[in-house]
Design a protein around this ligand. Structure first.
Ligand code: NAP
Length: 484
């Protein structure tokens, strides 16, 4: 290990199964995307360890599910507090393995921890129901019960929060949990497991299996008969394959998949607010979030003003190693990600898009792409059709409200959308017409624990966070009491 922390015990190079740390001969190198250096070698687990984790979770289920929500809440709140106590170390690990600026990593730790606290409280309010019976000799009672063992697969772009957003709800509901984190970012997941152990979460309730065999381990988590619920955050293509795999045992499934967020600036918008919102939404995590602005749609009358102010703001962003305090944009996750962005930009330029800022890799670097703005873009260009996952803003102009809505909805994705307008009638019309699970209106910071996060169309189904998030991990049971 080459990382120095206040608490070095948070660096765990092993999978965490049934309350024990599992080593293996095979090793997986975790590298820093900012410089390519190996920061840790982690035991490379596989199918056998994943099956062991599922068996452990099954064994632990009965006791954990039988606790009251209040009893589980006490332990979960300790876990939450430990994450806050170790925020700096957790953020450092996250930046070193993922690349995002340290300030963003610290924000992710607070955001991630907040889901544990939220659901520790929310599970106390998992109310059932009594329903008036159609006949006088019966009573109808509805209970909510934990689904059972949960299998989860998470991505590298939020290595902490994509786990806690699921695990907080699952554990609070009384489920047990096995997660396979992304290969590039296992250290954040393992640090969370170390804190779970310190918080007193019983053996087998929370398991982390780290390994490079995504297909093999994924098959266990989607096909094992002891797993009742499968939850995935990642790309739409992988999500589709995993939904298919889940069909063999008819699991309860939720999917948080890709996006293609439009950011619409109407002619009546507060342009300065729209510029600030667009910069924040697009360039966070170097453009590598599922709700990052993917296309900026600007009404013709304000296109020149918006574009010049936007380019000025973007040109001030500093590109560098996320660990350095003045960095605004860190590296992309790996050189393949940079190549993908390069291809989207070059292919769009070849059909008429114009680079007004950036448009290339940062000099002398593998994984850094310069913050980029493209104009002359149309909604059919590759940069507008695909999820960019990089620091590139394509600007598309439109004439009318109807045209903006049509362009915004013209995608198979439906995760997040944003628009800026001061007209109350337009706000309602557009808000109701956008085919997205989440819509930011004069605001681009839409993620928080109390709001339902999730998409429609091919961006997935199910909601995380909020009062709805717990339902993903609970079954409704109806008791019919007869012979009264
Ligand atoms: P990805 O390629 O789909 O990978 C996500 C996870 O799935 C990783 O752990 C990956 O493992 C694993 N995986 C890949 N192929 C698999 C297979 N055949 N079987 C089982 N597991 C498999 O996505 P990504 O590039 O890491 O993440 C970015 C995507 O996630 C974007 O599309 C983004 O929009 C989406 N995302 C969505 C949300 C949301 O809430 N809607 C949030 C964040 C990200 P390896 O690491 O080993 O490849």
């Amino acid at each position: 290990m080459t990382i120095e922390l206040k608490d070095n015990q948070l660096l765990k190079p092993f999978s965490y199964i049934n309350g024990s740390w599992h080593s293996s001969e095979a090793q997986l190198a975790v590298t820093n995307p900012a410089n390519g250096k190996v920061i840790a070698n982690v035991a490379n687990a596989g199918v056998i360890e994943t099956e062991l984790a599922v068996r452990s979770a099954k064994k632990a289920l009965k006791h954990w599910a039988s606790q009251s929500a209040a009893q589980r809440s006490v332990i979960l709140k300790k876990w939450h507090q430990l994450m806050l106590d170790h925020q700096d170390d957790l953020a450092q690990i996250l930046t070193l393995e993922q690349g995002k600026p340290l300030a963003e990593a610290k924000g992710e730790i607070l955001y991630g921890a907040a889901f544990i606290e939220w659901f520790a409280e929310e599970a106390k309010r998992a109310y059932g129901d009594t329903i008036p019976s159609p006949s006088t000799d019966k009573r109808i009672v509805v209970l909510k019960q934990p689904v059972g063992v949960v299998g989860a697969i998470t991505p590298w772009n939020f290595p902490n929060a994509m786990i806690t957003r699921k695990a907080g709800a699952a554990l609070a509901a009384g489920c047990t949990f096995v997660v396979r984190p992304a290969t590039q970012t296992p250290l954040s997941a393992l640090a969370v497991a170390e804190l779970a152990e310190r918080a007193g979460i019983p053996a087998g309730v929370f398991n982390v299996v780290v390994g490079s065999d995504s297909r093999g381990m994924g098959k266990v988590l989607t096909q094992h008969p002891d797993i009742a619920k499968f939850t995935f955050t990642g790309s739409t293509n992988v999500g589709k394959a995993l939904i298919n795999q889940c069909s063999s045992t008819v699991k309860k499934v939720s999917m948080e998949l890709g996006g293609n967020a439009p950011f619409i600036v109407f002619d009546d918008a507060d342009i300065d607010a729209a510029v600030a919102g667009a910069v924040a939404s697009k360039y966070r995590n170097a453009g590598q979030t599922c709700i990052c602005t993917n296309r900026i749609l600007v009404q013709k009358e304000v296109a020149e003003t918006f574009t010049s102010k936007f380019v000025e703001a973007v040109s001030k962003l500093n590109v560098g190693d996320g660990i350095s305090p003045d960095t605004d944009i860190g590296p992309l996750i790996n050189s393949d990600a940079v190549s993908d962005v390069e291809t989207l930009v070059n292919d769009s330029v070849s059909v008429g898009a114009k680079v007004v800022l950036g448009g290339e890799r940062a000099p002398d670097s593998n994984n850094f792409y310069l913050p980029t703005v493209l104009t002359n873009v149309t909604n059919d260009m590759p940069i507008a059709r695909n999820e960019i996952f990089g620091p590139v803003s394509p600007i598309i102009t439109f004439d009318s409200e109807d045209e903006a809505i049509e362009m915004a909805n013209d995608t198979e994705y439906g995760l997040a959308a944003y628009f800026y307008s001061r007209d109350i009638g337009r706000i309602w019309r557009v808000g109701e017409s956008l085919e997205y699970g989440m819509v930011g209106i004069n605001d681009s910071a839409i993620s928080n624990v109390s709001a339902p996060f999730g998409g429609v169309k091919q961006s997935g189904f199910g909601r995380e966070g909020s009062k709805y998030g717990l339902d993903e991990y609970m079954e409704i049971k109806y008791l019919c009491m007869g012979g009264l």
